[in-house]
Design a protein around this ligand. Structure first.
Ligand code: TNX
Length: 551
């Protein structure tokens, strides 16, 4: 009897274990297993690639994966850059090695191609279940492709601490290349100074969205930020303050060279700007002989209003340092050759520090400069830049001078100047202040920023096209987009990030992706999916209510 009971109980137990196992097995086979991300076309990539063909399988990065490069030495650095992005979170300690031909299964393979459609910056990312292959004509294309690859991995890939895998990505082919050659952002380090580490972080953040130009606004009324060895007082005195009266600062030439190298390794060209002949008080305070007379700065006026004409102090006397935010009240002195000696020295030293093809001479808001003097200035700057083997870039007002196809004009608000520039065959960069000025507040509650041009919410920042924004200026006239971040109201890296993000990814897409088919309603979903990525990168971004942020 007792034995029978025991047997029955055992039977029940065996039966129930079997049943539980059965249910488990059934569960594993009939319920959906945890779905691997198998549709490459559903990934939230910004800027949107030209074409994505999904093949429905998955590639898994494992502890055995390494990065193999085939091509010149430079590719090893790109491979190392990728390893440095993937290793901290995966803890796979991936190594970079050279190879001839595709490596064995499970690895990443970077190689060069000869594919005319891909151009200078395009790439093809070919993901199969056993190989992750990235090919491009130029190293720059590989670097851009790596940004796409980062965005295909789960957001936590961007964290600097160890994360749990699996590191699965969907298979397929992405072919991609930019619409416009110039996709830039400008950082004003003159109104408030930002040190080398901040600028490097900005370079890192913009490179994630395939931006390829960093325009540095290196001088203005409030501060001179780049060491010029032949005119040392520019930084010694002229760099010693900033808006609000803080201590300012400047880059030594060594620090600047370090910044240039850092951006080169991210395939970003630095375009240095020295703002001339207006916006020049920091130089006039440092060397009185350059002073062409200043007019009363009108506080509270930021742009677009008429200055008064009262001359402050005497020409040729050093001015006082300035810590307000008015514009258009200082000018270089046109009559004396010492002014042009100064400009030659500055641009020569700057050109020597600049591997990129461009030098920006400012040229904006020179309201204290007489028109005929302004034209004399710009024409002479043009010759000086050319003599240094560089291409001159200037704000739209330079259209009044004798510019030509060798000069690049930066539009900001005047249709008339832009059209004149185009008539003179100058190519245009497009940062319309009502759409792409990232120093404009998002709305009336935003604590940072100005709003003289507009309030620019994230949707408004995205909803426009380069080729149709200014009447008479078409695609053939436009080099590309730029998003300037003027720094009157910002003092920290957190502030920079708050105004730049999340508008900057939208500008990157306007410059990179075809206009056809771009729509805010579709884009905002992808942008919302970048919330966790920006968070993982510790970006202090504005959580706009227009965007459906993913938690
Ligand atoms: C106008 S637009 C400026 C800058 C100011 C900015 C503030 C242009 C070329 N110049 O000097 O910093 O407005 O938004």
């Amino acid at each position: 009897m007792f034995q029978q009971l025991l047997l029955t109980m055992l039977h029940i137990k065996i039966y129930s274990i079997g049943w539980i196992l059965g249910v488990l097995l059934l569960g594993l086979t009939s319920c959906k297993p945890p779905v691997p991300p198998t549709d490459l076309s559903k990934e939230n990539i910004i800027p949107q690639p030209i074409s994505i063909t999904a093949t429905g399988n998955a590639f898994v990065l494992t502890d055995d994966s390494d990065i193999f490069v085939e091509g010149p030495e430079e590719l090893k650095q790109i491979g190392q850059y990728l390893a440095d992005k993937l290793n901290p979170s995966t803890r796979f300690d991936m190594k970079v090695a050279s190879t001839t031909g595709a490596p064995k299964s499970g690895n990443i393979y970077l190689t060069l191609s000869a594919d005319p459609q891909l151009g200078e910056e395009g790439y093809e990312l070919n993901i199969t279940n056993n190989l992750l292959k990235l090919a491009a004509n130029k190293p720059a294309g590989l670097f851009r492709g790596i940004q796409t690859l980062r965005q295909v991995f789960p957001a936590k890939i961007e964290l600097s601490t160890a994360q749990q895998g699996p590191w699965k990505i969907p298979t397929g082919v992405i072919r991609d290349y930019p619409s416009y050659a110039w996709r830039g952002s400008m950082l004003d380090v003159a109104r408030h100074f930002f040190g080398v580490e901040d600028v490097k972080r900005y370079i890192d953040l913009i490179s994630y969205y395939k931006i390829n130009i960093l325009h540095l606004h290196l001088s203005d009324d409030q501060g001179w930020r780049i060491e010029i060895k032949s005119w040392p007082n520019l930084t010694k005195h002229g760099g010693s303050t900033q808006v609000g009266g803080g201590k300012g600062g400047f880059y030594t030439q060594e620090q600047y060279a370090d910044l240039v190298a850092y951006s080169q390794a991210r395939y970003i060209t630095i375009v240095p700007e020295i703002d001339l002949p207006g916006h020049i008080n920091s130089a006039l305070a440092s060397y009185g002989e350059l002073n062409g007379g200043t007019i009363v700065p009108e506080e509270g006026r930021v742009a677009l209003s008429k200055p008064s004409r009262d001359i402050l102090g005497a020409k040729t006397k050093p001015t006082e340092l300035y810590t307000g935010i008015a514009v258009g009240w200082s000018t270089l002195r046109v009559e004396k050759e010492v002014t042009f000696k100064f400009v030659e020295d500055v641009l020569r030293e700057l050109a020597a520090l600049t591997p990129g093809p461009y030098l920006h001479i400012g040229g904006d808001e020179a309201a204290a400069t007489k028109k005929k003097d302004y034209i004399t200035f710009i024409n002479r700057f043009k010759d000086i830049v050319k003599a240094n083997g560089k291409i001159m870039v200037g704000w739209e007002e330079i259209a009044q001078a004798d510019i030509n196809s060798e000069v690049v004009t930066q539009y900001w608000h005047s249709q008339k100047y832009a059209q004149t520039a185009v008539e003179k065959e100058s190519k245009i960069i497009m940062p319309p202040s009502t759409k792409a000025y990232i120093d404009m507040s998002y709305d009336s509650t935003t604590k940072l920023g100005l709003h003289w041009a507009a309030y620019i919410e994230v949707d408004s920042a995205y909803r426009w096209n380069l080729a149709t924004h200014v009447k008479g200026i078409g695609r053939e006239n436009i080099l590309g987009i730029e998003a300037p971040l003027w720094s009157e109201t910002i003092t920290t890296m957190d502030d920079i990030e708050f105004l730049a993000f999340p508008r900057l990814p939208g500008y990157a897409e306007i410059g990179w992706s075809p206009e056809n088919g771009r729509a805010w309603d579709e884009y905002k979903v992808r942008l919302g999916n970048h919330g966790p990525r920006l968070t993982a990168m510790e970006v202090n971004f504005y959580r706009s209510s227009k965007v459906p942020w993913i938690k």
